[in-house]
Design a protein around this ligand. Structure first.
Ligand code: MGD
Ligand code: MGD
Ligand code: SF4
Ligand code: MO
Length: 820
């Protein structure tokens, strides 16, 4: 029984509704939306002059009309203290999505805080502190005084290395240029914090050091390149589910052949045809299915390689392409270095690669032929390489990333139309911080240090390690023990006696305790351990800038009030700085106090002007006002000028053949294959029966922090699914929907068995980061030399826990694929 919204009628958007620019705050794609709002006491009419669409709504509208919205796009929220109707619908004029929504983005409105319609009432409204055995509401000044006093005391005793930080580094909700600058100025400007980690990995590093060290920034093309390419190569990205409208609006036209006119216009006499696609992924995804339906099976090559063996495949492709002469000699000579050296070091035969990957030699050759063989008349084939978490969180991240960039450079595909070697992306981007050079490389393995009892105070910004980190079970065990020590100490003194309270907390910290401050928008799982919870405002409740996967920067305008006392993260960071300054000055530390000056921002715009405008390349051309007029199309970073009332951007990086190196030359890398690289992974594979591959599903956004309060999502996925081959299920005595335990030496978790006939024997795929079953519990602590986690290569055993529970019995276990 599917969930149905009990809505019979929706209000008509009046002609005079207020319109705000919105960028969907979920995934990297950053689809354009418009928020229409108007006073809750009235609505528009059906006459063309009475509604925002300017059409006669008393008549049946045509298919695919834009004069329409769905119940999920509607809510009643507060705006400047008044109730307003709000409709947040995809913007047809946005070049990113051309009016498409997705099963996530089309729910922005119903995922907003509304006391009137009881949505997202879980949102944090007031600062909370641990008092009398539980979290209790308080004022900002009271909460921040405690945070500043404990933080200053820990620093006095342990130095700045005693302050541990976990922080988002991205755009969209829980990020944006304003908020990365706010947190960055606090921890890297006022302080030089070294024990800091990013929201999705246990250290402060890059997901793509490999590409960057070669001089190749990772978001180097534009979405249009996917419409122009002859061949698309997708590595470890399930784009239909995870970069949905990028795939639907820019890949599918090329797969269908409907972007041929664009190709002809761009390439003149060069032969063009609809795209072929090579998909490298150990499992058959719905992206493979969709590509086959749209392009025809003959144009899709799914390489279902053994988990973690991408590197040797890419080396074999490079070797083969070079032998065949399918390389761009002119480009290699003019714009790169060390090609011959890398080629010699990385030499791998097709036969060797076939053995390691489990693929057929014929398929390996077919793929590289699609990638590199010149077109009729000798024109260079245009190939776009795209990768995401199957590579980034995969075996030997650094070298695998480099091996793919090697191939893209060798075939002359970076900086040119129809090319690119790019991350598909996760969240939007919005990174703007003072230098992180003091962190060093490799950066501190923060989770490990926390487990070992290091540090005295932990500030957490918009991440929930209890659901999303690696080695999560060990992390939670240690974290709970350490924070419980502090809670027990806090219970021993009256809360109002601040001196005694700080002394008690410090006493517990000396015994191994940890004081935890969590800045979030909802109660988190790690927040169960927190002593202070601070309520953040999120996208739409503040003005927020970010860029998408083609560096397209936009401003999401504030269209509603934040809940209660919630504030933008940048202003929370500023208020922490203010309190640090005050506390330090009061204790006679004037010099230390002075470092916390410069946080007198009154609004997020102040933070933007202090951060982005002064520090980012092209930032001087960008203001809120200018972004507002650029609407949902914005411009592509970096900005290069402001002319004729518009910010001028950059369509592709490296179009001039100059890369991010002092001499402008990209450097080929030596990327020898070394098997499963992270310590302990091979032994885990040898010991346990099942691959526990893991990742995302279309319906669910990240750790389901908002979805937990959404019936549509929780009705479909009350427990995380684990896709299993039906024969494996039969051998374990499992029926559809039965609950299983997944376990290994790292820990255990649970999931709901989802029969998947296309799944390979002994290879499962589990939804990651889910509140009712955390896949990270069974992911080992093994990382690469830059402390990049290896979530995807995990092996474990599976056993039945129980028959499908009540909440599961009504679910369908049909195939997720759609027929041709
Ligand atoms: N096993 C396994 N683990 C993984 C991965 C995997 O593939 N497999 N993937 C990794 C990846 S790529 C990622 S990105 C991470 C995600 O890991 P996390 O970043 O820890 O999880 P999220 O659910 O994205 O969001 C974290 C929190 O941000 C809060 N939040 C949202 N908006 C705001 C805001 O405006 N301000 C503040 N202060 N908080 C806000 C949410 O309420 C939520 O509690 O997981 C990583 N972990
Ligand atoms: N619906 C939805 N969309 C999202 C998100 C979400 O939570 N929900 N999160 C966003 C974020 S933060 C991120 S980082 C992105 C992630 O976007 P993706 O990387 O596309 O998502 P994942 O499902 O984590 O992993 C992609 C694929 O990697 C494959 N894989 C596993 N092991 C290997 C391997 O050894 N080699 C190769 N080649 N592939 C392998 C998996 O089978 C999986 O199909 O999605 C973003 N978009
Ligand atoms: S594809 Fe991504 S950005 Fe676009 S609507 Fe969906 S979740 Fe939002
Ligand atoms: Mo991510």
């Amino acid at each position: 029984m599917a969930y149905k919204r009990q809505i019979g009628q929706l209000p008509i958007i009046p002609a005079n509704a207020t319109v705000h620019n919105v960028v969907c705050h979920y995934c990297i794609v950053g689809c354009g939306y418009k928020a229409y709002s108007w006073d809750a006491r009235y609505e528009g009419g059906t006459a063309p002059g009475e509604n925002a669409f300017g059409v006669d709504l008393s008549r049946q509208q045509p298919a695919e009309t834009a004069a329409w919205y769905a119940p999920s796009m509607y809510n009643i929220v507060r705006q400047n203290g008044r109730d307003v109707h709000i409709v947040i619908k995809p913007d047809k004029a946005c070049v990113v999505n051309s009016g498409l929504g997705s099963v996530r983005g089309a729910r922005i409105a119903e995922m907003s805080y509304s006391r009137q319609r009881n949505t997202q009432l879980q949102r944090l409204t007031d600062p909370q502190v641990w008092r009398y055995g539980q979290l209790q509401p308080t004022s900002w000044d009271d909460a921040l005084d405690l945070v500043a006093r404990v933080t200053a005391a820990v620093i006095a005793e342990q130095g700045e290395d005693g302050l541990f930080v976990s922080a988002f580094d991205h755009g969209g909700a829980g990020g944006g240029y304003e908020n990365t600058w706010g947190t960055g100025k606090l921890y890297f400007g006022a302080m030089k914090v070294k024990n800091i980690r990013i929201h999705n990995r246990p250290a402060y590093n890059s997901e793509v050091h490999g590409s960057r060290d070669m001089g190749v920034g990772e978001l180097n093309n534009c979405y249009e390149d996917a419409e122009l390419a002859d061949t698309l190569v997708a590595v470890g990205t399930n784009a239909l589910e995870t970069q949905t409208n990028y795939f639907l609006n820019h890949w599918v036209p090329n797969l269908r052949g409907t972007s041929l006119d664009k190709k002809k216009a761009e390439f003149g006499s060069e032969p063009v045809a609809k795209a072929r696609i090579v998909i490298v992924d150990p499992r058959r995804t719905v992206t493979v299915n969709a590509s086959e339906v749209e392009a025809g099976k003959e144009n899709v090559l799914h390489l279902a390689l053994n988990s973690g063996t991408d590197l040797i495949l890419f080396n074999a492709w490079l070797t083969y392409a070079a032998e065949k002469g399918w390389i761009d000699k002119g480009f290699i000579a003019a714009s790169t270095k060390d090609f011959d050296k890398a080629l010699a070091a990385n030499k791998v035969s097709v036969a060797e690669a076939a053995r390691a990957t489990g693929l057929s030699e014929a398929d390996i050759v077919k793929a590289v032929t699609w990638i590199g063989e010149p077109k009729a008349g000798g024109a260079r084939r245009r190939t776009m390489f795209a990768y995401e978490k199957g590579l980034i969180w995969g075996n030997d991240n650094y070298r695998t990333n480099q091996a793919l960039v090697n191939l893209a450079l060798a075939t002359g595909n970076i900086g040119r139309p129809g090319g690119g070697c790019v991350r598909m992306g996760g969240h939007q981007e919005g990174y703007c911080r003072p230098s992180d050079a003091h962190v060093g490389r490799p950066a501190a393995y923060v989770d490990k240090l926390l487990i070992e009892g290091k540090g005295g105070v932990h500030h957490i910004w918009g991440c929930d390690h209890y659901k999303t980190t690696l080695n999560a079970m060990a992390f939670k065990r240690a974290y709970k023990m350490r924070t419980d020590l502090v809670k027990d100490a806090m219970a021993s003194v009256p809360y109002g006696d601040r001196d005694a309270m700080v002394a008690a907390i410090l006493g517990a910290i000396r015994k191994g305790g940890l004081f935890s401050v969590d800045v979030d928008i909802v109660p988190t799982h790690i927040g169960e351990a927190a002593h202070v919870m601070l309520p953040a405002a999120t996208s739409g409740e503040m003005n927020l800038t970010s860029m998408n996967g083609e560096r397209r920067m936009r401003l999401t305008e504030r269209y509603m009030d934040p809940p209660g006392q919630a504030m933008p993260d940048c202003l929370i960071a500023a208020r922490i700085a203010n309190h640090m300054e005050r506390v330090l000055r009061a204790t006679g530390k004037a010099e230390a106090a002075d470092k916390f000056k410069g946080f007198d921002w009154k609004s997020e715009e102040d933070a933007f002007m202090d951060g982005y405008a002064k520090n980012e390349k092209g930032g001087a051309f960008v203001t809120y006002d200018r972004l507002r007029t650029m609407g949902t199309n914005g411009f592509q970073e970096p900005a290069t000028a402001f002319a004729d009332g518009k910010i001028v951007g950059t369509k592709r990086l490296f179009a001039d053949g100059k890369f991010n190196k002092p001499d402008g030359k990209a450097v080929f890398a030596e990327t020898r294959w070394r098997g499963l690289q992270a310590p302990g992974k091979q032994a885990e594979k040898d010991k346990f029966a099942f691959l526990i591959n893991n990742g995302r599903a279309n319906l669910v956004w990240q750790s389901a922090y908002l979805d937990v309060e959404n019936e549509l999502v929780m009705d479909r996925w009350p427990y995380p699914f684990i896709e299993m081959n039906p024969q494996d299920m039969a051998e374990l005595g499992l029926k559809s929907g039965d609950l299983v335990e997944v376990y290994n030496e790292n820990g255990s978790t649970q999931a709901m068995a989802y029969p998947t006939p296309t799944a390979k024997r002994k290879e499962t795929f589990m939804l990651f980061g889910f509140p009712t079953g955390v896949q990270g519990n069974v992911v080992s602590a093994g990382v690469n030399e830059d402390i990049i986690p290896n979530y995807k290569q995990t092996w474990g055993n599976i056993r039945k826990i129980a028959d499908a529970p009540e909440g599961v019995r009504h679910l369908t276990f049909k195939s997720k694929e759609y027929p041709a």
